[in-house]
Design a protein around this ligand. Structure first.
Ligand SMILES: CCCCCCCCCC(=O)SCCNC(=O)CCNC(=O)[C@H](O)C(C)(C)COP(=O)(O)OP(=O)(O)OC[C@H]1O[C@@H](n2cnc3c(N)ncnc32)[C@H](O)[C@@H]1OP(=O)(O)O
Length: 177
């Protein structure tokens, strides 16, 4: 079935502007977590702190509404996972790597409220060296969703694997429909 191109982008589930063969950067522009061009996205904006290279952080202040509800009045658990994944992934660029989530685990400590200002923080934990002592491909990060007073509502630990940008581009091209 052909697509209806008469509807404005913000009225579509999948906007027409997301079709075609975009570059990796254009795809990131539509990232569900942070892409400004994704009308259905979370539009998260992070500030990174690289002053201590051993403990780089990425911080985002955000607030969600019923669009992302799970338990009444609270954020859906899958969205909590997406928030934590996004916070951790934001550490990769300041670490000068392109990396994808290989594994993540989450502690859902308290229900995460809608309509309240919240803080999302990613912290780089470690990058183990290879057996020969050279820098490894594995990046371990932590994510947290906090109330403004520092109470931790959800916490994640993630393993990100550095990938070659050319391989990523080739892989994405193969998945075009
Ligand atoms: C343009 C921007 C792109 C980034 C956007 C960021 C968006 C936000 C982040 C995401 O959500 S990314 C989307 C979700 N992730 C994916 O879709 C990734 C899907 N998985 C893959 O494509 C591949 O598995 C991947 C490229 C990540 C890695 O494949 P490889 O074949 O290169 O590695 P492998 O699977 O062998 O795993 C690498 C290492 O991790 C180890 N490993 C796996 N699970 C582990 C675990 N649980 N604990 C410790 N180590 C673990 C594994 O044993 C291995 O160790 P060794 O290298 O020492 O052998």
């Amino acid at each position: 079935m052909s697509k209806d191109t008469t509807l404005p982008d913000n009225a579509r589930h999948t906007p027409i502007s997301m079709d075609g063969n975009p570059t990796i950067d254009e795809r990131a522009n539509h990232c569900f977590g942070c892409g400004p061009a994704n009308p259905q996205g979370l539009h998260l904006h992070f500030t990174t702190d690289t002053s201590n290279p051993q403990a780089i952080t990425a911080t985002c202040h955000f607030q969600l509404d019923r669009m992302h509800e799970g338990p009444p009045g609270h954020i859906h658990g899958g969205i909590v996972a997406a928030l934590l994944d996004e916070a951790m992934s934001k550490l990769n660029r300041p670490l000068n790597v392109l990396a994808m989530t290989r594994h993540m685990e989450i502690d859902y400590l308290r229900p995460v409220p809608l309509y309240k200002p919240l803080v999302l923080i990613g912290r780089h934990l470690s990058r183990p060296a290879k057996a020969d002592g050279t820098p490894g491909r594995k990046f371990f990060h932590q994510g947290e969703i906090q109330l403004p007073d520092g109470t931790v509502l959800a916490r994640s630990k993630g393993l990100f694997i550095a990938i070659d940008e050319k391989l990523l581009a080739a892989g994405l091209a193969q998945t075009e429909t």
